[in-house]
Every structure is written in C-alpha cells, then in structure tokens.
Design a protein around this ligand. Structure first.
Ligand code: MLT
Length: 267
C-alpha cells in the first residue's frame, strides 16, 4: 500500500496488528502469503475504488509485533477481531496461499463475518508427509543461514517462469520483501502451516460464492488444485492468470485486480 493508504496499529487479542486501510464501502480483507507482509498487496491499491481495503500485517510479519503465529486459527481469530475493531460488516476475504489457509480457518470459526471468498494460489489440503519434511528442512536452513537463504530457496517457486526470466526488478523486490521479515515469524509460520488441518472436507459447506484465482505458471499450488477446489465448492468460478506464477497478484496486477473488481461488483 502506498502513502495514500492510512496505516495504524489496532489492538487485537493479545497483540497489535499493523493495518493499512483505504477506500470505503464493502470491506475487502487482503491476507498475505508466506513469508511476506501487507506490502505484497501494493499493486491492489486501485481496488480502493471498489471497496474498503483492509490489509494487515499478520502477527509477527511486517510492522506487526510478536513471535509469529502458532496456528492458522490464531491468524483467523486475529483477522476476525480486526474486522470487528474496524467496525466492518461481513467482508470479502481474499487470501493468497497462506492467506487462503487463514481464510478457510475464518470460515470454520466465524463464517458470519464472510460475505465472499477469493482464494488465490492456495490449496485446501493439509501438508503431506513430504511437505512436512521440506518444512523441517526450511527450519534448519533458516536457523543456519538466515532469511536470505529462505528467499533464495523460495523465489523459484513463488514467481513464475516468465517473471523470473524477464523481470529481474520484480524478483529483487520480492527477495527484499522476504528478507525484511523477522526470522522468528518465519519459523513460527512454518510450524503453524505444517500443523494446519485439511480444509477439503469443509469445502462443500462453504455457502458463499467463491472465486478461485491461479497463475497459469504457479508450480507451488498449480491449477489442478484450483480445479479440484472448484469441483468441491458449492458455487465457485476460476480465473486463470496468464504469464503469472504463485504471486499472481504481484506478477499480473491488472488481470488480478480485474478478477477481484468483477467479483466485488457481484457481492
Ligand atoms: C505461501 O505463498 O503463502 C506459501 O507458499 C504457503 C506454503 O508454504 O504452504
């Protein structure tokens, strides 16, 4: 978010979340992915013309203090309490990747706060045994070599092939966003994601229309996962974003914003 957005800290549970707000009307909560913070949503600021943007740094990340999350449910409680503290009515909740895991937990814990769901480059399933083993390797890497090594390990998965080949500036920007985050928060979030439950059985219970968005070059949460979620959700459609990878909102902001604006107009 740019300087035009208002930035403040809001008391939420046992912490204070940094939150960026802009615009007015229907609340649009943007939940960032891992290991990032609100700044990954900078290119979504034009959406303030379509709703009230509420863009937190989730606990431990960005300017939000703390050691980081213990669970996706804790992040979901934070997000719900933030909406309440800002006097928001039911919101459109848009989560990318880890933000999507939090959105699923918000639905389980307090669906009355949710008017619509946008699930971008995410998965409903829990971690497989292999994924958990990779998380443990990440924890060792982080402890031994710090956040720079996490950035180096994750960038090839976070950004699509087109971006990595043709946009070195964006690659450097995302590296900077990762390296700005605290190692304790990164470690905590790895543990919290590793232990998250499987949200797949709850998909048919989701009673609001969902929009799925996926970058066509996303290899971390590829389109096959979005297709499967669409099949299980009661009402969902899918927007595939060309020439974008896992961080589709950053790599192709115009297409991503158009998909969100169109969804908001129908909520
Ligand atoms: C993210 O982008 O939030 C991560 O890829 C999520 C994960 O590691 O499962």
């Amino acid at each position: 978010m740019s300087a035009a957005a208002s930035i403040h800290h809001v008391a939420v549970g046992d912490t204070r979340l940094a939150v960026h707000t802009a615009g007015g009307g229907l609340p649009l909560l943007l939940l960032h992915g891992f290991p990032l913070d609100h700044a990954m949503w900078a290119a979504q600021e034009p959406l303030a013309e379509h709703g009230r943007l509420v863009v937190p740094d989730q606990r431990g990340f960005g300017a939000s203090p703390g050691p980081g999350p213990t669970s996706m449910e804790e992040l979901a409680d934070d997000a719900a309490a933030l909406l309440a503290a800002l006097h928001c009515g039911p919101a459109v909740v848009c989560g990318l990747s880890m933000g999507g895991y939090v959105a699923f937990a918000m639905w389980r814990l307090g669906r009355a706060r949710i008017r619509g769901l946008v699930l971008a480059d995410t998965r409903a399933g829990a971690d497989s045994a292999d994924a958990r083993a990779r998380r443990r390797q990440m924890l060792s890497l982080l402890a031994e070599k710090g956040t720079g090594s996490i950035a180096a390990a994750m960038l090839p998965g976070l950004l699509g092939e087109t971006t990595r080949r043709s946009r070195p500036g964006l690659v450097a920007q995302v590296r900077g966003l990762i390296e700005a985050n605290a190692p304790q928060a990164i470690a905590a979030a790895i543990g919290a994601m590793m232990d998250r439950p499987d949200s797949t059985p709850g998909l048919p219970e989701i009673g609001v229309p969902a929009r799925l968005i996926v970058g066509e070059e996303d290899t971390l949460t590829p389109q096959t996962l979005a297709d499967e979620m669409r099949r299980l959700l009661r009402a969902a459609d899918l927007v595939t974003i060309p020439e974008a990878g896992h961080l589709s909102n950053l790599e192709a902001p115009q297409a991503f914003n158009a998909a969100l604006a169109d969804y908001l107009a129908r909520r």
